[in-house]
Write a protein that binds this ligand. Structure first.
Ligand SMILES: Nc1nc2[nH]c(O)nc2c(=O)[nH]1
Length: 459
Protein backbone atom coordinates (compact mmCIF):
# COMPACT_ATOMS: atom_id res chain seq x y z
CA UNK A 1 0.00 0.00 0.00
CA UNK A 2 1.37 3.45 -0.87
CA UNK A 3 2.37 5.24 2.31
CA UNK A 4 0.22 8.28 1.70
CA UNK A 5 -3.08 6.65 0.64
CA UNK A 6 -5.65 8.05 3.04
CA UNK A 7 -8.99 6.80 4.36
CA UNK A 8 -11.10 9.24 6.40
CA UNK A 9 -13.65 7.97 8.94
CA UNK A 10 -16.01 10.66 10.27
CA UNK A 11 -19.17 11.36 12.28
CA UNK A 12 -18.69 8.59 14.87
CA UNK A 13 -18.05 8.23 18.57
CA UNK A 14 -14.46 7.18 19.26
CA UNK A 15 -13.04 5.30 22.26
CA UNK A 16 -9.26 5.50 21.78
CA UNK A 17 -8.28 3.33 24.81
CA UNK A 18 -5.13 5.46 25.08
CA UNK A 19 -3.44 6.00 28.47
CA UNK A 20 -6.00 8.70 29.41
CA UNK A 21 -9.00 6.80 28.01
CA UNK A 22 -9.64 9.72 25.63
CA UNK A 23 -13.07 9.58 23.99
CA UNK A 24 -14.75 11.76 21.36
CA UNK A 25 -18.57 11.73 21.26
CA UNK A 26 -18.35 12.90 17.63
CA UNK A 27 -14.99 12.60 15.93
CA UNK A 28 -12.84 11.58 12.99
CA UNK A 29 -9.84 9.36 12.29
CA UNK A 30 -7.49 9.43 9.30
CA UNK A 31 -5.69 6.28 8.14
CA UNK A 32 -2.55 6.90 6.07
CA UNK A 33 -1.01 3.77 4.61
CA UNK A 34 -1.12 1.15 7.36
CA UNK A 35 -1.07 3.64 10.26
CA UNK A 36 -3.39 5.92 12.16
CA UNK A 37 -2.31 9.41 11.04
CA UNK A 38 -4.59 11.65 13.10
CA UNK A 39 -7.82 11.61 15.08
CA UNK A 40 -9.82 14.01 17.15
CA UNK A 41 -13.15 15.74 17.75
CA UNK A 42 -15.31 17.12 14.92
CA UNK A 43 -14.53 16.82 11.19
CA UNK A 44 -11.24 15.72 9.65
CA UNK A 45 -8.86 18.54 8.64
CA UNK A 46 -9.54 20.20 5.27
CA UNK A 47 -7.14 19.79 2.38
CA UNK A 48 -5.91 16.23 2.99
CA UNK A 49 -4.34 14.78 -0.15
CA UNK A 50 -4.76 11.28 -1.61
CA UNK A 51 -8.04 10.59 0.17
CA UNK A 52 -9.26 7.43 -1.60
CA UNK A 53 -12.27 6.90 0.64
CA UNK A 54 -14.48 8.77 3.11
CA UNK A 55 -16.63 6.74 5.49
CA UNK A 56 -19.64 8.47 7.03
CA UNK A 57 -19.80 6.48 10.27
CA UNK A 58 -22.90 8.11 11.74
CA UNK A 59 -24.43 5.87 14.43
CA UNK A 60 -21.16 4.01 15.07
CA UNK A 61 -18.50 3.63 17.75
CA UNK A 62 -14.90 3.39 16.54
CA UNK A 63 -12.53 1.37 18.76
CA UNK A 64 -9.17 -0.34 18.45
CA UNK A 65 -9.46 -3.84 16.98
CA UNK A 66 -9.95 -6.59 19.55
CA UNK A 67 -6.96 -8.71 20.58
CA UNK A 68 -7.41 -12.36 21.47
CA UNK A 69 -4.76 -13.70 23.85
CA UNK A 70 -5.67 -17.39 24.26
CA UNK A 71 -7.24 -19.96 21.94
CA UNK A 72 -6.88 -23.54 20.63
CA UNK A 73 -8.12 -23.44 17.02
CA UNK A 74 -8.15 -27.21 16.43
CA UNK A 75 -10.98 -27.48 18.97
CA UNK A 76 -13.37 -25.87 16.46
CA UNK A 77 -14.03 -29.40 15.13
CA UNK A 78 -14.69 -30.92 18.60
CA UNK A 79 -17.21 -28.40 19.91
CA UNK A 80 -20.18 -29.43 22.01
CA UNK A 81 -18.60 -32.55 23.54
CA UNK A 82 -18.13 -33.48 27.23
CA UNK A 83 -20.41 -30.57 28.06
CA UNK A 84 -20.85 -31.25 31.80
CA UNK A 85 -17.26 -31.97 32.83
CA UNK A 86 -14.60 -30.16 34.84
CA UNK A 87 -11.22 -29.46 33.17
CA UNK A 88 -9.44 -32.75 33.95
CA UNK A 89 -12.43 -34.97 33.08
CA UNK A 90 -13.04 -32.91 29.93
CA UNK A 91 -9.40 -33.25 28.84
CA UNK A 92 -9.36 -36.99 29.52
CA UNK A 93 -12.57 -37.37 27.47
CA UNK A 94 -11.17 -35.37 24.52
CA UNK A 95 -7.44 -36.24 24.32
CA UNK A 96 -8.05 -39.52 22.40
CA UNK A 97 -10.00 -37.66 19.69
CA UNK A 98 -7.54 -34.75 19.55
CA UNK A 99 -4.66 -37.24 19.11
CA UNK A 100 -6.15 -38.12 15.66
CA UNK A 101 -6.05 -34.66 14.10
CA UNK A 102 -4.20 -34.15 10.83
CA UNK A 103 -3.21 -31.19 8.66
CA UNK A 104 -6.48 -30.76 6.67
CA UNK A 105 -8.47 -30.91 9.92
CA UNK A 106 -6.26 -28.36 11.64
CA UNK A 107 -6.33 -26.06 8.62
CA UNK A 108 -10.15 -26.18 8.42
CA UNK A 109 -10.52 -25.69 12.19
CA UNK A 110 -8.11 -22.75 12.13
CA UNK A 111 -10.06 -21.11 9.30
CA UNK A 112 -13.31 -21.58 11.24
CA UNK A 113 -11.89 -20.19 14.48
CA UNK A 114 -10.27 -17.23 12.75
CA UNK A 115 -13.32 -16.39 10.63
CA UNK A 116 -15.57 -16.43 13.69
CA UNK A 117 -13.33 -14.05 15.59
CA UNK A 118 -12.47 -11.73 12.70
CA UNK A 119 -16.11 -11.13 11.75
CA UNK A 120 -16.65 -10.09 15.40
CA UNK A 121 -13.95 -7.42 15.46
CA UNK A 122 -10.75 -9.32 16.28
CA UNK A 123 -7.77 -7.84 14.42
CA UNK A 124 -4.96 -9.54 16.39
CA UNK A 125 -5.32 -13.24 17.09
CA UNK A 126 -3.30 -16.08 18.56
CA UNK A 127 -3.44 -19.86 18.61
CA UNK A 128 -1.95 -22.05 21.34
CA UNK A 129 -1.56 -25.29 19.43
CA UNK A 130 -0.18 -28.13 21.55
CA UNK A 131 -1.33 -31.41 19.91
CA UNK A 132 1.16 -32.68 17.30
CA UNK A 133 0.40 -36.35 16.49
CA UNK A 134 3.26 -38.19 14.75
CA UNK A 135 2.93 -38.00 10.94
CA UNK A 136 0.08 -35.45 11.07
CA UNK A 137 1.75 -33.01 8.63
CA UNK A 138 2.80 -29.38 8.94
CA UNK A 139 0.21 -28.27 11.49
CA UNK A 140 1.95 -25.01 12.43
CA UNK A 141 2.31 -24.09 8.74
CA UNK A 142 -1.40 -24.80 8.14
CA UNK A 143 -2.47 -22.56 11.05
CA UNK A 144 -0.22 -19.70 9.93
CA UNK A 145 -1.55 -20.02 6.35
CA UNK A 146 -5.13 -19.78 7.65
CA UNK A 147 -4.29 -16.63 9.66
CA UNK A 148 -2.59 -15.07 6.65
CA UNK A 149 -5.62 -15.77 4.45
CA UNK A 150 -8.02 -14.33 7.03
CA UNK A 151 -5.92 -11.16 7.17
CA UNK A 152 -5.44 -10.81 10.93
CA UNK A 153 -2.26 -10.07 12.84
CA UNK A 154 -1.22 -13.35 14.40
CA UNK A 155 0.88 -15.10 17.07
CA UNK A 156 1.32 -18.86 16.94
CA UNK A 157 2.11 -20.15 20.42
CA UNK A 158 3.88 -23.40 19.45
CA UNK A 159 2.67 -25.69 22.22
CA UNK A 160 3.85 -29.12 23.30
CA UNK A 161 3.14 -31.94 25.74
CA UNK A 162 5.74 -34.53 26.84
CA UNK A 163 4.37 -35.73 30.22
CA UNK A 164 2.11 -38.66 29.44
CA UNK A 165 0.34 -40.98 31.86
CA UNK A 166 3.42 -43.15 32.42
CA UNK A 167 5.23 -40.07 33.79
CA UNK A 168 2.35 -39.05 36.05
CA UNK A 169 0.78 -36.69 33.49
CA UNK A 170 -2.86 -36.41 32.40
CA UNK A 171 -2.64 -37.06 28.63
CA UNK A 172 -2.39 -40.61 27.27
CA UNK A 173 1.18 -41.53 26.24
CA UNK A 174 0.21 -41.71 22.56
CA UNK A 175 -0.82 -38.03 22.61
CA UNK A 176 2.54 -36.58 23.67
CA UNK A 177 5.82 -35.73 21.89
CA UNK A 178 9.35 -36.60 23.03
CA UNK A 179 11.10 -33.73 24.82
CA UNK A 180 13.84 -33.27 22.19
CA UNK A 181 11.38 -33.49 19.28
CA UNK A 182 9.17 -30.82 20.85
CA UNK A 183 12.08 -28.44 21.44
CA UNK A 184 13.55 -28.97 17.96
CA UNK A 185 10.19 -28.47 16.22
CA UNK A 186 9.50 -25.35 18.29
CA UNK A 187 12.88 -23.86 17.40
CA UNK A 188 12.31 -24.63 13.72
CA UNK A 189 8.88 -22.96 13.82
CA UNK A 190 10.36 -19.81 15.35
CA UNK A 191 13.18 -19.72 12.80
CA UNK A 192 10.80 -20.23 9.86
CA UNK A 193 7.93 -17.97 10.83
CA UNK A 194 8.75 -15.41 13.54
CA UNK A 195 8.96 -11.80 12.37
CA UNK A 196 10.24 -9.38 15.03
CA UNK A 197 9.73 -6.20 12.97
CA UNK A 198 7.25 -3.38 13.75
CA UNK A 199 3.83 -4.29 12.35
CA UNK A 200 4.70 -7.97 11.88
CA UNK A 201 1.76 -10.10 10.73
CA UNK A 202 3.22 -13.36 12.14
CA UNK A 203 5.01 -14.00 15.40
CA UNK A 204 5.78 -17.24 17.24
CA UNK A 205 5.91 -17.92 21.00
CA UNK A 206 7.25 -20.96 22.89
CA UNK A 207 4.30 -22.57 24.66
CA UNK A 208 4.54 -25.90 26.55
CA UNK A 209 0.97 -26.76 27.50
CA UNK A 210 0.43 -27.03 31.28
CA UNK A 211 2.12 -28.36 34.45
CA UNK A 212 0.21 -31.64 34.28
CA UNK A 213 1.08 -32.36 30.62
CA UNK A 214 4.67 -31.08 30.42
CA UNK A 215 7.89 -32.25 32.10
CA UNK A 216 9.90 -29.88 34.28
CA UNK A 217 12.78 -30.25 31.77
CA UNK A 218 10.57 -29.05 28.91
CA UNK A 219 9.39 -26.06 30.98
CA UNK A 220 13.01 -25.11 31.85
CA UNK A 221 14.47 -25.74 28.40
CA UNK A 222 11.48 -24.09 26.69
CA UNK A 223 12.12 -20.92 28.71
CA UNK A 224 15.81 -21.02 27.81
CA UNK A 225 14.98 -21.56 24.12
CA UNK A 226 12.55 -18.63 24.03
CA UNK A 227 15.10 -16.31 25.64
CA UNK A 228 17.86 -17.46 23.30
CA UNK A 229 15.60 -16.79 20.29
CA UNK A 230 14.11 -13.56 21.69
CA UNK A 231 10.46 -14.67 21.55
CA UNK A 232 7.66 -14.75 24.12
CA UNK A 233 6.51 -17.58 26.39
CA UNK A 234 2.97 -18.81 26.93
CA UNK A 235 1.30 -21.60 28.94
CA UNK A 236 -1.78 -22.48 30.99
CA UNK A 237 -1.48 -21.65 34.69
CA UNK A 238 -3.49 -21.90 37.93
CA UNK A 239 -6.64 -22.85 36.06
CA UNK A 240 -8.30 -25.24 38.53
CA UNK A 241 -8.08 -26.59 42.07
CA UNK A 242 -7.12 -29.96 40.55
CA UNK A 243 -4.06 -28.37 38.90
CA UNK A 244 -3.14 -26.73 42.22
CA UNK A 245 -3.37 -30.13 43.98
CA UNK A 246 -1.31 -31.77 41.20
CA UNK A 247 1.46 -29.18 41.63
CA UNK A 248 1.55 -29.58 45.41
CA UNK A 249 1.67 -33.37 45.15
CA UNK A 250 4.29 -33.58 42.38
CA UNK A 251 6.44 -30.50 42.91
CA UNK A 252 5.77 -29.68 46.58
CA UNK A 253 4.61 -26.14 45.74
CA UNK A 254 1.75 -24.25 44.10
CA UNK A 255 1.66 -23.41 40.37
CA UNK A 256 3.09 -19.86 40.60
CA UNK A 257 6.07 -20.98 42.71
CA UNK A 258 6.58 -23.86 40.26
CA UNK A 259 6.54 -21.44 37.32
CA UNK A 260 9.04 -19.19 39.07
CA UNK A 261 11.33 -22.15 39.82
CA UNK A 262 11.38 -23.11 36.12
CA UNK A 263 12.06 -19.59 34.77
CA UNK A 264 8.45 -18.92 33.84
CA UNK A 265 7.77 -15.53 35.36
CA UNK A 266 8.82 -12.41 33.46
CA UNK A 267 7.79 -9.58 31.15
CA UNK A 268 8.09 -11.96 28.20
CA UNK A 269 5.56 -14.46 29.67
CA UNK A 270 1.78 -14.54 29.56
CA UNK A 271 -0.39 -17.27 31.08
CA UNK A 272 -3.93 -18.35 30.38
CA UNK A 273 -6.57 -18.46 33.15
CA UNK A 274 -4.74 -17.67 36.45
CA UNK A 275 -7.93 -18.36 38.41
CA UNK A 276 -6.47 -19.80 41.60
CA UNK A 277 -3.98 -17.12 42.66
CA UNK A 278 -3.33 -16.05 46.25
CA UNK A 279 -2.04 -12.59 47.20
CA UNK A 280 1.60 -13.60 46.96
CA UNK A 281 1.05 -15.16 43.50
CA UNK A 282 -0.44 -11.86 42.31
CA UNK A 283 2.49 -9.94 43.82
CA UNK A 284 4.91 -12.25 41.98
CA UNK A 285 3.13 -11.62 38.65
CA UNK A 286 3.16 -7.85 39.27
CA UNK A 287 6.83 -7.83 40.36
CA UNK A 288 7.93 -9.73 37.25
CA UNK A 289 5.52 -8.18 34.71
CA UNK A 290 3.99 -11.58 33.85
CA UNK A 291 0.77 -11.20 31.85
CA UNK A 292 -2.60 -12.95 32.12
CA UNK A 293 -5.08 -14.10 29.46
CA UNK A 294 -8.47 -13.97 31.22
CA UNK A 295 -10.99 -16.43 29.73
CA UNK A 296 -14.28 -15.84 31.58
CA UNK A 297 -16.61 -18.01 29.47
CA UNK A 298 -14.31 -21.00 29.40
CA UNK A 299 -13.70 -20.71 33.15
CA UNK A 300 -17.47 -20.81 33.68
CA UNK A 301 -18.04 -23.64 31.15
CA UNK A 302 -15.44 -25.84 32.90
CA UNK A 303 -16.48 -24.69 36.41
CA UNK A 304 -12.89 -23.54 36.99
CA UNK A 305 -13.79 -20.48 39.08
CA UNK A 306 -13.51 -16.70 38.82
CA UNK A 307 -10.12 -15.11 38.21
CA UNK A 308 -9.24 -12.17 40.50
CA UNK A 309 -9.08 -9.67 37.63
CA UNK A 310 -9.71 -6.52 39.75
CA UNK A 311 -6.86 -7.55 42.09
CA UNK A 312 -4.57 -8.37 39.17
CA UNK A 313 -5.26 -4.96 37.60
CA UNK A 314 -4.87 -3.12 40.91
CA UNK A 315 -1.47 -4.79 41.36
CA UNK A 316 -0.41 -3.66 37.88
CA UNK A 317 -0.50 -7.06 36.15
CA UNK A 318 -1.08 -6.83 32.36
CA UNK A 319 -4.40 -8.58 31.60
CA UNK A 320 -5.97 -9.40 28.22
CA UNK A 321 -8.99 -11.46 27.20
CA UNK A 322 -9.13 -14.92 25.66
CA UNK A 323 -11.82 -16.89 23.88
CA UNK A 324 -9.98 -20.12 24.84
CA UNK A 325 -10.49 -23.22 22.69
CA UNK A 326 -13.99 -23.65 21.33
CA UNK A 327 -14.38 -27.08 22.91
CA UNK A 328 -14.73 -25.10 26.18
CA UNK A 329 -16.30 -21.93 24.75
CA UNK A 330 -18.46 -23.03 21.86
CA UNK A 331 -19.36 -19.48 20.79
CA UNK A 332 -15.83 -18.75 19.59
CA UNK A 333 -16.39 -14.98 19.83
CA UNK A 334 -14.25 -12.43 21.63
CA UNK A 335 -16.57 -9.41 21.59
CA UNK A 336 -19.00 -11.23 23.90
CA UNK A 337 -16.11 -11.86 26.33
CA UNK A 338 -16.04 -8.13 27.13
CA UNK A 339 -19.52 -8.48 28.57
CA UNK A 340 -18.81 -11.81 30.20
CA UNK A 341 -15.63 -10.49 31.85
CA UNK A 342 -17.59 -7.63 33.38
CA UNK A 343 -20.51 -9.78 34.51
CA UNK A 344 -18.53 -12.73 35.85
CA UNK A 345 -16.14 -10.54 37.80
CA UNK A 346 -19.12 -8.89 39.54
CA UNK A 347 -19.95 -12.34 40.91
CA UNK A 348 -16.50 -12.40 42.54
CA UNK A 349 -15.31 -10.74 45.72
CA UNK A 350 -15.45 -7.15 44.40
CA UNK A 351 -19.12 -7.32 43.35
CA UNK A 352 -20.38 -4.12 41.64
CA UNK A 353 -16.96 -2.47 42.09
CA UNK A 354 -15.28 -5.19 40.03
CA UNK A 355 -14.91 -3.97 36.44
CA UNK A 356 -16.36 -1.02 34.53
CA UNK A 357 -17.40 -1.15 30.88
CA UNK A 358 -14.31 0.88 29.98
CA UNK A 359 -12.03 -1.52 31.84
CA UNK A 360 -13.65 -4.41 29.96
CA UNK A 361 -12.98 -2.67 26.63
CA UNK A 362 -9.37 -2.05 27.71
CA UNK A 363 -8.92 -5.75 28.56
CA UNK A 364 -10.11 -6.71 25.08
CA UNK A 365 -7.87 -4.19 23.27
CA UNK A 366 -4.85 -2.53 24.88
CA UNK A 367 -4.53 -5.17 27.63
CA UNK A 368 -4.40 -7.91 25.00
CA UNK A 369 -1.77 -6.04 23.00
CA UNK A 370 0.29 -5.68 26.19
CA UNK A 371 0.28 -9.38 27.01
CA UNK A 372 1.21 -10.27 23.42
CA UNK A 373 4.09 -7.76 23.61
CA UNK A 374 2.58 -5.52 20.92
CA UNK A 375 1.30 -2.48 22.82
CA UNK A 376 3.63 -0.11 20.96
CA UNK A 377 1.97 -1.16 17.69
CA UNK A 378 -1.70 -1.89 18.27
CA UNK A 379 -4.43 -1.99 20.96
CA UNK A 380 -5.22 1.75 21.07
CA UNK A 381 -6.05 4.47 18.54
CA UNK A 382 -3.11 6.88 18.52
CA UNK A 383 -1.19 8.63 15.74
CA UNK A 384 1.64 6.41 14.50
CA UNK A 385 0.11 3.13 15.63
CA UNK A 386 -1.08 0.48 13.18
CA UNK A 387 -4.52 1.05 11.67
CA UNK A 388 -6.18 -1.96 13.37
CA UNK A 389 -9.68 -0.71 14.16
CA UNK A 390 -13.36 -1.56 14.23
CA UNK A 391 -16.58 0.34 13.51
CA UNK A 392 -19.41 -1.02 15.66
CA UNK A 393 -22.97 -0.27 14.51
CA UNK A 394 -24.88 1.10 17.50
CA UNK A 395 -27.95 2.68 15.89
CA UNK A 396 -29.70 -0.69 15.92
CA UNK A 397 -32.84 -1.82 17.71
CA UNK A 398 -30.60 -3.55 20.25
CA UNK A 399 -28.45 -0.52 21.07
CA UNK A 400 -29.94 2.81 19.96
CA UNK A 401 -31.65 3.61 23.27
CA UNK A 402 -28.41 3.25 25.28
CA UNK A 403 -26.89 6.74 25.39
CA UNK A 404 -23.30 5.80 26.19
CA UNK A 405 -21.67 3.95 23.26
CA UNK A 406 -19.07 2.06 25.33
CA UNK A 407 -21.81 0.82 27.65
CA UNK A 408 -23.88 -0.19 24.60
CA UNK A 409 -20.93 -2.12 23.16
CA UNK A 410 -19.99 -3.92 26.37
CA UNK A 411 -23.32 -4.49 28.11
CA UNK A 412 -25.67 -4.57 25.11
CA UNK A 413 -26.25 -7.43 22.69
CA UNK A 414 -23.28 -8.38 20.50
CA UNK A 415 -22.94 -5.33 18.22
CA UNK A 416 -22.71 -5.75 14.43
CA UNK A 417 -19.33 -4.94 12.86
CA UNK A 418 -19.80 -2.56 9.94
CA UNK A 419 -16.09 -2.41 9.13
CA UNK A 420 -12.90 -3.85 10.50
CA UNK A 421 -9.41 -2.82 9.33
CA UNK A 422 -6.05 -4.51 9.86
CA UNK A 423 -2.99 -2.56 8.75
CA UNK A 424 -5.36 -0.09 7.08
CA UNK A 425 -6.87 -2.87 4.91
CA UNK A 426 -10.57 -3.61 5.35
CA UNK A 427 -11.26 -7.28 6.21
CA UNK A 428 -14.93 -7.05 7.30
CA UNK A 429 -17.82 -5.18 5.65
CA UNK A 430 -21.35 -5.24 7.10
CA UNK A 431 -20.62 -8.30 9.24
CA UNK A 432 -19.16 -10.40 6.39
CA UNK A 433 -15.52 -11.25 5.86
CA UNK A 434 -14.01 -9.84 2.68
CA UNK A 435 -10.96 -12.10 2.79
CA UNK A 436 -12.46 -15.59 2.95
CA UNK A 437 -15.73 -17.35 2.11
CA UNK A 438 -17.60 -18.00 5.39
CA UNK A 439 -20.08 -20.44 3.84
CA UNK A 440 -17.32 -22.52 2.28
CA UNK A 441 -15.48 -22.55 5.64
CA UNK A 442 -18.65 -23.66 7.42
CA UNK A 443 -18.96 -26.65 5.03
CA UNK A 444 -15.27 -27.54 5.31
CA UNK A 445 -15.31 -27.46 9.12
CA UNK A 446 -18.46 -29.59 9.25
CA UNK A 447 -16.86 -32.16 6.91
CA UNK A 448 -13.59 -32.26 8.86
CA UNK A 449 -15.46 -32.52 12.20
CA UNK A 450 -17.35 -35.54 10.82
CA UNK A 451 -14.16 -37.11 9.45
CA UNK A 452 -12.42 -36.71 12.81
CA UNK A 453 -15.41 -38.18 14.67
CA UNK A 454 -15.40 -41.20 12.29
CA UNK A 455 -11.65 -41.79 12.73
CA UNK A 456 -11.85 -41.43 16.51
CA UNK A 457 -14.79 -43.87 16.71
CA UNK A 458 -12.97 -46.41 14.52
CA UNK A 459 -9.54 -46.42 16.31
N1 LIG B 1 -9.15 -24.53 29.10
C1 LIG B 1 -8.18 -25.37 28.74
N2 LIG B 1 -7.23 -25.71 29.64
C2 LIG B 1 -6.28 -26.57 29.29
N3 LIG B 1 -5.24 -27.08 29.97
C3 LIG B 1 -4.61 -27.92 29.13
O1 LIG B 1 -3.55 -28.61 29.45
N4 LIG B 1 -5.22 -27.97 27.93
C4 LIG B 1 -6.26 -27.14 28.00
C5 LIG B 1 -7.27 -26.77 27.06
O2 LIG B 1 -7.31 -27.23 25.91
N5 LIG B 1 -8.20 -25.89 27.49
Amino acid sequence: MAADRRIVIENCAIATVDASDTEYPDGYLVIAGNRVESLGPGRAPEGLENVVRRIDATGHLLTPGLVNTHHHYYQWITRGLATDHNLFDWLVALYPTWARIDEPMVYAAARGSLAMMARGGVTTAMDHHYVYPRGSGDLSGAIIRAAHETGVRFTLARGSMDRGEKDGGLPPDFAVEALDDALAATEETVRRHHDASFGAMTQVAVAPCSPFSVSTELMREGAELARRLGVRLHTHGSETVEEEKFCHELFGMGPTDYFESTGWLGEDVWMAHCVHMNDSDITAFARTGTGVAHCPSSNARLAAGIARVPDLLAAGVPVGLGVDGTASNESGELHTELRNALLINRLGAHKEAALTARQALRLGTYGGAQVLGRAAETGSLEPGKLADLVLWKLDTLAHASIADPVTALVLGAAAPVTASFVNGEQIVADGRLLTVDEDEIARATRDEARRLARIAARD
